[in-house]
Design a protein around this ligand. Structure first.
Ligand SMILES: [Zn+2]
Length: 432
């Protein structure tokens, strides 16, 4: 998926619109103070990424360009929609809304914002991806007559994972469930192809299907004529990017960010955080690259996941919102990177309705015990009956010490499964 097609109208960057630093015509001491001030401001802006400043606007309704409006979540709380942004594009033929926010009440705020700008019909709602904080308010726009559009994979994941999210909220964050009320998940009406262009009347919108990156079905919403991009979940400013989705692909995510950086955009509306310029997305690339390197190093050193979760911190992410995402990211990173570091002596087959989950959704915690060859490995795992077949090992230290010990015959037992011997080079899990 690295051969990404470029958008049709790359435009040169226009630095003339950047605010110029003013010089004071005073003495050298003042100049020195000004320089210190400018440097301080520059460092502060680097530190806070996209927060504040004349270029980035605030929260709530932000006019990004002639036809483009962002609706920036004020913060990470449940009441604020978990920090998830939305927006809309207004043409003479109608309105295209980007993402629907987390709840019907938050979607109502967005609809009110649209109506504060235009009475034109809402023709489309585009899902940038399936995550609940971006999609669960969609029924309001469906009721308005909008056609719901999404890239391949998003409708499937909405259907597959939404029940798990509801269960997850029920078990771990009941206050979110209270806030949600009755959830009406809306599947897309139409699955779009990469590069689909929509003429809204005086403004063209181009939809790019670039997943898997943050999720399997990521969609970028470009307004090439105004050099603005809604980047959805692949971009976040001042928030921990979420690398925990089972359908995501960090490798391609980096390629997508590179493409965005070369796209000549003037403004990016990230999935979370303030409106920013493309340079701010370097922080996301740096986060992904650093986290992967840190996980690989820790796996090589035999650091168990339970310790890694407490010890790994990503440079440059101090102060980022939603710090709880970091532990999910480390778990997902371990799961992915372990295969780049060590090769298990056999593969593991799971039946179609058996999965081990990364904790991002509802999951049953349990233990897998692998024994044989004089060694015994204990793996903490979580699983739930869905269509996915995936194993997450959480005790990497044991993995390295015992799993790779060349055990000729290894059998497994797990809560809720039969004990199954390894046959040939495959290990199978079977429900009791
Ligand atoms: Zn997301």
């Amino acid at each position: 998926m690295n051969g990404l097609r470029r958008l049709g109208r790359p435009a040169a960057r226009d630095d003339t619109e950047s605010p110029a630093h003013e010089r004071t015509p005073e003495g050298s001491r003042s100049m020195k103070h000004t320089l210190v001030l400018v440097l301080t401001v520059a460092i502060a802006l680097l530190f806070i990424q996209c927060g504040g400043g004349p270029d980035t606007g605030g929260t709530g309704l932000v006019r990004v360009s002639d036809h483009v409006y962002a609706f920036i979540a004020p913060g990470p709380s449940t009441e604020e929609g978990l920090g998830a942004n939305a927006g809309f594009v207004v043409g003479s033929r109608g309105v295209l809304v980007v993402d629907a926010r987390h709840t019907a009440g938050l979607a109502r705020e967005l609809l009110d914002a649209v109506r504060s700008v235009t009475d034109a019909p809402i023709r489309y709602l585009v899902y940038t991806h399936y995550h609940p904080d971006h999609s669960w308010g969609a029924s309001l726009f469906a009721d308005e007559g909008a056609v719901l559009l999404a890239c391949p994979g998003t409708g499937r994941d909405l259907e597959l994972y939404s029940p798990g999210y509801i269960e997850y909220y029920r078990q771990r964050s009941p206050h979110i469930l209270e806030h949600l009320g009755e959830v009406r998940v809306e599947p897309p009406d139409s699955v779009i192809a990469d590069g689909r262009a929509i003429d809204l009347g005086g403004v063209e919108v181009v939809l790019r299907c670039v997943g898997p990156a943050h999720t399997a079905g990521d969609c970028l919403v470009a307004i090439p004529g105004e050099r603005v991009l809604f980047a959805g979940g692949v971009a976040s400013c001042g928030y921990h990017p979420n690398l925990g989705d089972p359908g995501g692909d960090p490798e391609n995510w980096l390629a997508v960010l590179e493409e965005i950086g070369e796209g000549g955009y003037r403004r990016i509306v990230p999935g979370q955080g303030r409106v920013c310029d493309p340079g701010a997305l370097d922080a996301v690339s740096g986060y992904i690259t650093s986290l992967r390197a840190l996980c690989r190093d820790a796996i090589r050193e035999g650091v168990p996941l339970s310790r890694a979760v407490g010890e790994i911190s990503v440079p440059g992410s101090s102060g980022f919102e939603q710090e709880n995402i970091l532990s999910f990211n480390i778990q997902a990173c371990y799961r992915r990177e372990i295969l780049a570091v060590v090769q298990p002596p056999f593969g593991i087959d799971a039946p179609p309705d058996f999965t081990v989950d990364d904790g991002g959704g509802s999951a049953k915690a349990g233990r897998l015990l692998l024994t044989g060859g004089g060694g015994r490995m204990e793996i903490e795992a979580r699983w739930e009956p869905t269509a996915r077949s995936e194993i997450i090992t959480q005790d990497i230290s044991d993995y390295l010490e015992r799993y790779l010990g060349g055990n000729p015959s290894i059998r497994m037992e797990a809560e809720g499964t039969k004990r199954v011997p390894v046959a040939g080079d495959r290990l199978s899990l079977i429900h009791i």
